[in-house]
Design a protein around this ligand. Structure first.
Ligand code: TXA
Ligand code: MG
Length: 333
């Protein structure tokens, strides 16, 4: 057990947080997307502490967070014209660009790849901490590996107290889902993870179509491409303890299906929780999603029945997280 300092966002504390990171420690802090768990991204030993605290597989690369666009040029082997256009349009903000990495970035940070993800967050507290640390900060989401990402400092305390040096307790995360990750190191510009910045917005800035990673197939417009109840999807992530099922469709049919499933499960003595986002504003759904998943765990719910939402804009990000939290269990009506 490590003694974890719980810090407010005073100027002094943001300096302390920066110092702890520069000196090799690990600190959780708010960003506009989710809370991050930061370490000196240029130091392999510091970065290793992140993997230990989270229980994260070492081949999953980290994102380097910077506080000034110029730092990108110190970290990237090459910055393409498309990359420049995107960061001009969306930085500071919830966009991570995957670029060719300079060799001085530790392999631990890159998860063994020769590329690296870089992001300039918009959140003031995050910016200040990066500035004070005076090093690029490697920061995954500050949850235990596999659990829903933290969007409130209480979520971070639940997962990380006793495992890390400090937690900076700021405001709730405005967006609530992680940054859009896009690879821009060659002509095959591809969205690897959907987020607040949508495919459409990116295409407008670039003036051309971009690809979606094949793991995202089916999320773009209709839920009609989803494979119902695909048992082969073993990969669970963003996952509550409860089992989760997404009911995909629109209108009354969804409500009917949820009511039927609820009855079925309750008959067998299971505690059922309902997550109804169908008529919710998509930004609000993104904002609430991870908090709701964590709430269900606190209430010891056994089965979560969730409605799908339309997969456009930030809706794609929400659906991506929901389907993963459900381990791919989607029922189409
Ligand atoms: O909004 C966010 O991006 C948050 C906040 C803290 O900034 N961070 C975050 O980090 O979500 P993490 O580690 O939980 O997720 C990073 C994602 C992973 O899916 C990882 O595989 C991918 O980005 N990634 C990072 N570097 C990559 C690379 N070089 N190539 C491909 N994917 C990469
Ligand atoms: Mg994460």
């Amino acid at each position: 057990m490590i003694e974890t300092k719980i810090l407010s966002t005073t100027e002094e504390n943001l300096k302390l947080a920066g110092n702890i990171i520069r000196d090799g420690g690990i600190v959780a802090f708010p960003t506009e997307t989710v809370y991050g768990l930061g370490a000196n991204g240029m130091n392999a030993d510091s970065v290793k502490k992140i993997f230990v605290a989270k229980g994260r597989p070492s081949d999953n690369p980290l994102i380097l967070h910077i506080s000034d666009i110029e730092q990108l040029y110190d970290l990237a082997e090459e910055v393409t014209e498309e990359c420049k256009k995107l960061i001009e349009a969306f930085w500071p903000g919830p966009l991570t660009v995957v670029v060719k990495a300079k060799k001085n970035i530790p392999v631990q940070t890159r998860g063994g790849l020769d590329t690296v993800g870089i992001r300039l967050p918009q959140n003031f507290v995050a910016q200040k901490i990066i500035e004070n640390a005076n090093v690029p900060i490697a920061a995954p989401s500050a949850n235990l590996s596999g659990k829903p990402s933290p969007t409130k400092y209480n979520h971070v305390i639940d997962d990380m107290q006793g495992r890390i040096d400090a937690i900076v307790c700021g405001e709730d995360c405005k967006i609530g889902v992680e940054s859009t990750v896009i690879s821009v190191f060659d002509e095959n510009i591809t969205i690897l993870r959907p987020g607040k910045i949508s495919k459409k917005e990116i295409e407008t800035v670039l003036g051309k179509m971009v690809a979606l990673d094949r793991t995202l197939a089916g999320l773009e417009s209709e839920i009609s491409d989803f494979k119902p109840m695909s048992p082969g999807m073993k990969y669970r992530h963003y996952a509550p303890k409860a089992e989760m099922i997404v009911v995909a469709g629109v209108g009354q049919e969804v409500d009917k299906k949820i009511a039927a499933l609820r009855l079925e499960y309750e008959k067998t003595g299971k505690k059922v929780g309902i997550m109804h986002f169908e008529y919710t504003d998509k930004n609000q759904a993104a904002h609430d999603l991870f908090d709701r998943l964590r709430q269900f765990d606190k209430e010891d719910v056994d089965i979560i029945l969730a409605t799908s939402i339309a997969g456009e804009g930030i809706g794609m990000a929400v659906m991506n997280r929901m389907v993963k939290a459900a381990g791919g269990k989607v029922v189409k009506v």
